[in-house]
Design a protein around this ligand. Structure first.
Ligand SMILES: Cc1ncc(COP(=O)(O)O)c(C=O)c1O
Length: 338
């Protein structure tokens, strides 16, 4: 267990510890043990991985006297939805910079967008081209808020900063405790697999694994961009982490792998075979993934296992990072599959 005084200030938002569940039928099919860490159970409206990061990020926002948080993401961003709802819980307002093809015709009120609006978030729609300069948009929006006498606090895309990474340092600490119980004291070699969308979850898990000293390999499956992009982001988060809290890892560099090749048609675009695999898991284990992140990561994991059942060793923990609200806006794509 990581000593409590090592953690930066934190507010309790997530329902943790989340269950670690063995997928019995899936394990039999794959020929290796497969567990799911149910981080989709971190909450109902706050479901998913982002809320673990927000425990640290919003604690910082409150400590700095902010009254409004600004963050950004794709139109159906789970991170933005979690931020909007968690901000309400903390007595803060939120402004979301959301990416869409035509800001003059924003997407309908469904899935995460509906929840953002219910939470009273102010939404700023931007094109994918404008989104590339999101740091400038953050500054512009922060300036606008300041000119109204408000106190903005910027949370980077996906909450993926060194501070946000503490969410999954804590998540890995929890998982190591789960595995220690499961293995009667001595954790067996385990591969932990997650979706990589902005890199913070993979970075936090890798930092936490190094800190724990347990024989855990961390693997991210990228759902957009490519391996080089994620290695650059994750290494930079880990570097920042070591610079900000030099005594935690004493300069140790965490190890992780990124498995590329499963982006498919692109970010938030699904192939029928990915959706069919998502459906098959619902029918096999009663577990519902999301199409954008966990569905793609699961597809990648399964594809790798079908080539070599031992590729991840004898035991896998797949981190179910939530995102199911993203299923509803694409319901029509399942019409031929159900
Ligand atoms: C449901 C879900 N899973 C996984 C991820 C990926 O996490 P990260 O952005 O920390 O790489 C995200 C967000 O990007 C997400 O919304």
């Amino acid at each position: 267990m990581i000593p409590a005084d090592l953690f930066p200030p934190r507010i309790q938002l997530a329902n943790t510890p989340t269950p670690l569940q063995k997928m019995e039928r899936l394990s039999r099919k794959a020929g290796v043990e497969i567990f799911f860490k149910r981080d989709d159970y971190t909450g109902s409206e706050l479901s998913g991985n982002k809320i673990r990061k927000l425990e640290f990020l919003l604690a910082d926002a409150l400590a700095k006297g902010a009254d409004t948080v600004i963050t950004c993401g794709g139109a159906q961003s789970n991170h933005c939805r979690a931020t909007a709802l968690a901000a309400v819980r903390c007595g803060l307002s939120s402004r979301l910079i959301l990416r869409t093809v035509d800001p003059a015709k924003p997407p309908p009120l469904s899935g995460n967008i509906l929840l953002d609006c219910l939470a009273g978030s102010e939404i700023v729609w931007v094109t994918p081209e404008q989104y590339r300069a999101r740091d400038e948009i953050f500054e512009r929006e922060a300036q606008r808020l300041r000119s109204q006498g408000r106190k903005p606090f910027i949370i980077p895309e996906g909450g993926s900063s060194a501070l946000g990474a503490w969410g999954y340092v804590a998540g890995m600490d929890e998982l190591v405790a789960d595995l220690t119980r499961l293995d009667d004291g001595q954790v067996k070699p385990t591969t932990v697999i997650c979706a990589a969308g902005s890199g913070g979850t993979t970075a936090g898990l890798a930092l936490g694994a190094l800190l724990s000293g347990a024989p855990i390999r961390v693997v991210g499956v990228n759902v957009c961009d490519d391996r080089d992009y994620f290695v650059a982001i994750i290494d930079s988060i880990c570097r920042q982490f070591n610079e900000t809290w030099p005594s935690v890892l004493a300069g140790g560099i965490p190890a992780y792998d990124i498995i590329d090749g499963y982006v498919g048609r692109g970010y938030a675009l699904s192939r029928p075979e990915e959706l069919a695999m998502l459906r098959d898991l619902v029918r096999l284990e009663g577990v519902v993934l999301d199409p954008v992140y966990t569905g793609k990561a699961y597809f990648g994991m399964t594809a790798e296992l079908s080539v070599n059942p031992q590729v991840f060793g004898e035991r896998i923990v797949f981190v179910h990072t939530g995102g199911q609200f993203g299923l509803f806006p694409v319901a029509d794509q399942f019409a031929m599959l159900v």
